[in-house]
Design a protein around this ligand. Structure first.
Ligand SMILES: C[S@@+](CC[C@H](N)C(=O)[O-])C[C@H]1O[C@@H](n2cnc3c(N)ncnc32)[C@H](O)[C@@H]1O
Length: 424
């Protein structure tokens, strides 16, 4: 169906969520944010239907009617697990009420809310319950799920709570998982996770710079990065002897029936495991803590190196050992609005473009504002591909609904015609 459903978008930021809907043929007729640079980025890439201003100061009458879908990635600082002071008293926690106000006033067919994982544990689950009940009280069927972006082909293990509600008795269509470790014996339907190297490998050797440039016939924008990163990160507490650990792992692998290929398959890596059992040419590497525990399960090794490999402490950033982008061969850690993501093998933070690619923004989507504010817009966004998959489901559901309605209308019309012919 070619019907263009009308979308209004609150807390739109630079437009990650909106773009996923636009890619599915939706028309965003109104958007809003009070983050100046995000609005500038949105205007230049998506359209000037975005209004700059504080939503709490914008009356519903200034927002168009006949809205089919209302989007609202309501702000999350107050809810975030990263924020130790999160509390019900934080005013930002109540911005979902703005989404509620517009659901009530505009009666969209669907609304979509988005938030951080911390929302689920806040006040032992009472906050999400309160939010869901509040929307239900407006006559909507509401469901929420925690979605992991990498399960949908995004090269990033970002987890976000997605809330979907509709007032038409329709399904709330959460997208189906399409990606996984790629070694699940019982499920051949998922594709392997997309890795950091898959998507930004081509930029690793390319000098960062302020201006666009050509690479393999494509223009690269915003490949600019902060190089004087000073921050803290979780790093290994103990000095480790790489050779010793590689030898040890090799011994345990020999005792098992597992080839490195099988181990790679288990982890869904192309060829990472090989390095864990090799000390030649200094090319050996130690599994990151998460992989260590998994490897221990399958090789059954003892506790000798558990602490050395897995005990972490807060450290000043030393580029080469940041764990924030921990592996070329897996999806990235979450790209955040503030915390620097360090390039796996360069002495710099991931560039704005690399972060945007990991957030699945198109290559020609250009970011505006100061360096810090560009990182912030990207870190705030819903990955475009995840938004796209959500939008796809909503579109299908609305199209079905329209078709059923059209058929019912034409049946009524036909019935009336027949009745008039027979009875006059
Ligand atoms: C999590 S981000 C949303 C990101 C967006 N959905 C995307 O996919 O790109 C939340 C946004 O809410 C905006 N915001 C917070 N409080 C606001 C308010 N009172 N009025 C308007 N925008 C606000 C912030 O500036 C931020 O851009």
């Amino acid at each position: 169906m070619n019907k263009k459903y009308r979308v209004a978008s609150l807390f739109s930021g630079c437009g990650g969520l909106d773009l996923g809907f636009i890619q599915n043929g939706f028309e965003v007729v109104w958007a809003n944010d009070f983050f100046k640079e995000a609005v500038e980025t949105y205007k230049n890439n998506i359209g000037d239907h975005i209004v700059y201003g504080d939503i709490t100061q914008i009356p519903s009458s200034e927002i168009p009617n006949n809205i089919d879908i209302l989007l609202g990635g309501f702000p999350c600082q107050g809810f975030s697990v990263a924020n130790t002071k999160r509390s019900m008293k934080d005013e930002r926690n109540f911005l979902y009420k703005e989404l509620m106000r517009l659901v009530k006033d505009k009666q969209p067919k669907y609304f979509i809310g988005e938030n951080v994982k911390g929302l689920l544990s806040m006040q032992k689950g009472q906050v999400i319950e309160m939010i869901v009940n509040d929307f239900r009280s407006l006559g909507y069927d509401v469901e929420f799920r925690l979605l992991k972006a990498s399960d949908y082909g995004v090269p990033q293990n970002r987890e976000r709570v997605i809330i979907i509600g509709n007032r038409l008795g329709l399904e709330n269509p959460f997208p189906k998982i399409t990606h996984g470790l790629g070694n699940d014996l019982f499920n051949h339907t998922t594709k392997p996770y997309v890795t950091v190297k898959d998507v930004v490998g081509h930029l690793a050797e390319i000098r960062t710079r302020d201006v666009p440039f050509q690479l393999d016939g494509k223009t690269i924008y915003n490949h600019v990065a902060r190089t004087n990163v000073s921050d803290k990160f979780w790093g290994r507490k103990h000095q480790v002897n790489q050779h010793e650990i590689c030898d040890y792992l090799k011994e345990w692998r020999n005792k098992s029936d597992l080839s490195t290929k099988k181990i790679d398959e288990h982890f869904g890596y192309a060829h990472t495991a090989g390095h864990w059992f090799r000390k030649d040419n200094n090319s050996g590497s130690i599994p990151n803590p998460k992989d260590w525990w998994e490897l221990k399960k399958i090789l059954g090794f003892d506790d000798t190196y558990d602490l050395a490999v897995t005990e972490l402490e807060i450290k000043e950033i030393k580029f080469e050992q940041s764990l924030r982008i921990n592996n070329w061969e897996s999806p990235s850690d979450t790209i955040t609005a503030t915390g620097p993501e360090i390039h796996p093998n360069r002495l710099r933070r991931m560039s704005v473009r690399e972060c945007a690619i990991i957030q699945t923004f198109p290559d020609d989507f250009i970011f505006y504002g100061s360096l810090g504010n560009m990182y912030k817009q990207i870190g705030n966004a819903v990955p475009v591909l995840l938004a796209n998959k959500i939008a796809e489901g909503i579109k299908k559901s609305l199209d079905n609904h329209e078709q059923i309605n059209d058929r019912a209308k034409s049946r009524t019309y036909h019935y009336r015609e027949v009745r008039e012919k027979v009875f006059g």
